[in-house]
Design a protein around this ligand. Structure first.
Ligand code: ATP
Length: 199
């Protein structure tokens, strides 16, 4: 059964589309960003590594990850960003590869939303890859609505593989500058075509 990777730029609509696609496929859904948040919050080994090897202020005195402080640090310091990713990414990959193995065994389709799919060379784990794309203006408007400054958003965009490359490397490209209904239609259409080449 199919394991589908969904990727794209920041604010492109990956989460929204992944949920829609999983719904139309009757698939399970794994969200790499949520897994990262959960690891930061609940994994004692992650906390230990980050506070000792990266910076102590990453967690508040009551033990909660200080996401704003972490974001500021990785924004200013590419080495710290790489270090943080080296702590989180292998653990995230372990989770979804395990889930993918389970899903293949039970013939359950799986949608994995993974923003850095190409950056982490994860292509070969997936039967099909979908890139969700939109214009830069739309990306910036959506990230601004989330509280990111233009500078932060542009820095994140620059740190990722360019959109043109993400679209050319994918099996399918979903353009998400339109309405929710338009995106939903694309998810429904794609879900109809996906099982055939994979079964
Ligand atoms: P991030 O990279 O920040 O995790 P993302 O690529 O997962 O973002 P979403 O979280 O799906 O993107 O979407 C970003 C915001 O844009 C959300 O508030 C979502 O509701 C909105 N959005 C996504 N697609 C559309 C659309 N077609 N029409 C209107 N709003 C949309």
């Amino acid at each position: 059964m199919a394991v589908i990777g969904v990727t794209g730029g920041i604010g492109s609509g990956k989460s929204t589309f992944s949920k829609m696609l999983a719904y139309h496929l009757g698939a399970r859904l794994f969200d790499a960003d949520s897994a990262a948040r959960e690891l930061l919050k609940s994994d004692p080994a992650v906390r230990e590594k980050i506070t000792t090897e990266l910076f102590a202020e990453a967690y508040t005195p009551d033990g909660q990850p200080d996401r704003a402080a972490i974001r500021r640090l990785v924004f200013q310091d590419p080495t710290a960003k790489a270090r943080l990713e080296s702590i989180l990414h292998p653990r995230i990959r372990e989770r979804w590869t395990q889930l993918a193995a389970e899903c293949r065994q039970t013939s359950t389709p799986l949608v994995v939303e993974i923003p850095l799919l190409f950056e982490t060379s994860a292509e070969h784990f997936f039967d099909r890859i979908v890139t969700v794309a939109c214009s830069l203006e739309t990306q910036l408007a959506r990230t601004a609505a989330r509280g990111l400054t233009r500078e932060e958003a542009e820095s994140i965009i620059r740190s990722q593989i360019p959109l043109e490359q993400k679209t050319s490397l994918a099996h399918f490209v979903v353009w998400n500058d339109g309405s929710h209904a338009n995106l939903e239609n694309q998810a429904a259409e794609l879900a109809k075509t996906l099982p055939n080449p994979l079964s």
